[in-house]
Design a protein around this ligand. Structure first.
Ligand SMILES: *[C@@H]1O[C@H](CO)[C@@H](O)[C@H](O)[C@H]1NC(C)=O
Ligand SMILES: *[C@@H]1O[C@H](CO)[C@@H](O)[C@H](O)[C@H]1NC(C)=O
Ligand SMILES: *[C@@H]1O[C@H](CO)[C@@H](O)[C@H](O)[C@H]1NC(C)=O
Ligand SMILES: [Zn+2]
Length: 583
């Protein structure tokens, strides 16, 4: 008979065991979530009310507390600003002006490279120890449900088919179904399973077909497997999803210099979603020092409405935001959520942007509590209401010394350019921004404000725009604040280090220099939601300063020559703008 044996480094003996038993008592778990620290308490708690889709923080007199009043951004103000932006982006002379400035920036950068490429390289070489491999890079846009590559998911499923065949994994029509039965019903054995059968990889049939793309999320084209393996809220309480994610996290930790901001979902169908998610994260200890979590909110009002799960749009907002206000008001109302939120850096808004929008957002659009249409509200409506809530929520959290959340939606991947206007007005940074290439005025504004754009050219290669036409190299030349991210390694990547794969392909196709890559990496850290003290460790103590003062080449490996070029180009643009105000 065969025995598995291992040497135990703690008790210094050879141990024989069956595969699964542990050899010696495990180390006590680390308290990642501060479970031993008491929750903070506050002398005042406010009453929470709601009006026109915005949560209100009310004092004893029933009026909005004075401190928070400036943070209520009215719908009228948002619509007025939107109209102003639309006038701007369609103005002919302004379009030409911005187009020329952007072209000028692009050409100027090429001149800079011609003149200084060797000097940049020399400066990089003269920094001891630091190279592209050991600078920090953050995957600023990745979905947790597809953060493992297909081989990884396959290996995981096979392992579970063998070791947990008799575990009940779901309940169908009141009958308990085991793992073994699920696969028997599918007609698959562990040996049969291959990457091809898993069929989650994007292929050439998917170009411009987001519906097909979403179907690819289901391994073996079968939603049962998705339900079992990549959901946080299912019959096994998200156990398998937690396990596979922890493997992804441990791979990240091994690589040390790669960090990520994976998206977990909140849908807004019921009030307890946040508590469940927090409970899932804490009970499975899904935690890593290489990760800050983001929460993505799919724009699925029309689907919930059609299934009669909600009465009006306000129900979704209420389910998403009220728990966040409650836990800020009184942490003991949702103790687990309070702890989980400390590692959440922002909210994302996701869905297919290319869907036609049947409803307009203007002054006549119904307030959320009266929005009972069967059609989905438009993109800007979602974004405005998320923004209005987050602004107040952040002011509230800041006043209590808690971390705040950034709004970082998917934006400008497809669909109407109005999405970009809404994103520009409301968000901290955006993911994709492909359509900026068609709107010079907005692109120039993104440049002037250095608004972050997380781009994933491999993902867009499959879906909307082929790789070599992706505007990333052009944006980078002009000096827009772009970073590289992976989006969906399950569908698009082949290796364990998806972010490196993304960098590697970009470098080959677009002939990026080592300096370009380090600049992209530095942008990704700046765009990420990691804490200030972490960024100081990665980028240097004065990273918030402008120009060369803010750059520490011994940590970022971005040459001062490049940083000062960017700074001077920006100052030039601003000077020029104020000079040509009369145009
Ligand atoms: C904020 O959240 C509340 C739920 O508490 C919701 O009713 C409201 O519509 C949201 N407002 C905005 C501006 O998102
Ligand atoms: C890039 O964008 C992020 C926000 O996404 C911002 O914090 C950062 O300062 C920007 N970078 C520069 C160089 O301004
Ligand atoms: C490319 O476009 C698709 C379709 O909208 C989007 O889902 C994907 O996230 C985009 N990827 C990147 C990396 O921009
Ligand atoms: Zn995405």
């Amino acid at each position: 008979m065969w025995h598995a044996w291992r040497f135990c480094y703690v008790c210094k003996s050879v141990l024989f065991s069956a595969a699964n038993t542990s050899f010696h008592p495990p180390e006590p778990p680390v308290d990642h979530w501060g479970l031993d620290t008491p929750l903070p308490t506050f002398p005042v708690t406010y009453t929470l009310g709601r009006k026109h889709g915005v949560t209100q923080i009310l004092g004893e007199d029933g009026k909005v507390v004075e401190t928070f009043r400036p943070y209520y951004i009215s719908k009228d103000k948002f619509l007025k600003d939107t109209e102003r932006m639309i006038t701007m982006i369609t103005d002919g002379p302004l379009k030409s002006f911005c187009y020329r400035r952007l072209k000028y920036l692009e050409n100027k950068f090429q001149l800079h490279v011609l003149l200084n490429e060797l000097r940049e390289l020399h400066e990089q070489k003269s920094v001891p120890h630091r190279d592209f491999y050991n600078i920090r890079k953050v995957d600023t846009h990745i979905h947790a449900a597809s953060s493992m590559n297909q081989k990884h998911l396959l290996r995981f499923i096979k392992k579970k088919m063998k070791t947990e065949a008799d575990t009940v994994v779901l309940e169908k029509n009141g009958r308990k179904v085991t793992m073994h039965e699920v696969f028997t019903n599918l007609g698959i054995t562990a040996y049969d399973m291959s990457v091809d059968m898993l069929d989650v990889h994007a292929d050439r049939n998917m170009f411009h077909r987001f519906d097909k793309f979403n179907a690819k999320y289901n391994p073996v084209g079968e939603s049962t497997l998705r339900e079992i393996f990549i959901k946080t809220d299912n019959y096994v309480n998200g156990k398998y999803f937690a396990e596979v994610l922890k493997e992804v996290l441990s791979d990240l930790e091994d690589s040390k210099y790669q960090q990520a901001e994976p998206r977990l979902s909140i849908y807004g169908r019921s009030k307890d979603e946040w508590d469940k998610l927090a409970k899932w994260a804490i009970s499975h200890d899904v935690w890593s020092s290489n990760v800050m979590w983001m929460v993505q909110i799919p724009r699925l009002y029309d689907i919930y409405k059609a299934k009669n799960m909600i009465k009006n749009f306000d129900v979704i907002l209420d389910n998403i935001f009220t728990p966040l206000f409650e836990v800020t008001n009184d942490p003991s109302s949702h103790p687990e959520l309070y702890r989980f939120l400390q590692v959440v850096s922002g909210l994302d808004s996701v869905d297919d942007e290319s869907k036609h929008e049947y409803v307009q957002f203007d002054r006549t659009t119904a307030q959320p509590e009266n929005y009972v249409d069967s059609e989905n509200p438009p993109y800007s409506y979602y974004l405005y209401y998320m923004y209005a809530n987050i602004t107040v929520l952040n002011a509230f959290r800041r006043s209590r010394g808690m971390n705040t959340f950034a709004l970082r939606p998917h934006c400008g991947e497809a669909g109407h350019v109005n999405h970009l206007v809404a994103g520009y007005l409301t968000s901290e940074s955006i993911s994709h921004g492909l359509l900026l290439r068609k709107v010079p005025v907005l692109q120039y504004l993104f440049y002037l404000t250095q608004m972050g754009i997380a781009m994933s050219p491999l993902s867009n290669n499959s879906l909307f725009i082929s790789y070599n036409r992706n505007p990333l190299p052009e944006y980078l030349m002009k000096g827009l604040n772009v970073s590289l991210s992976t989006d969906d390694p399950l569908q698009f990547h082949f290796t364990k280090e998806a972010l490196m794969e993304e960098f590697s392909i970009a470098a080959q196709v677009w002939k990026l220099s080592s300096c370009d890559m380090c600049e992209l990496a530095r942008n990704s850290v700046l765009q990420s939601g990691f804490e200030d003290k972490v960024k100081i460790h990665w980028l240097g103590p004065s990273y918030r300063e402008e120009g060369v003062t803010g750059n520490d080449v011994s940590r970022t490996n971005v040459p001062d020559i490049r940083v000062s070029y960017r700074y001077e180009a920006m100052v030039d643009e601003l000077t020029n703008l104020f000079r040509t105000k009369h145009l």
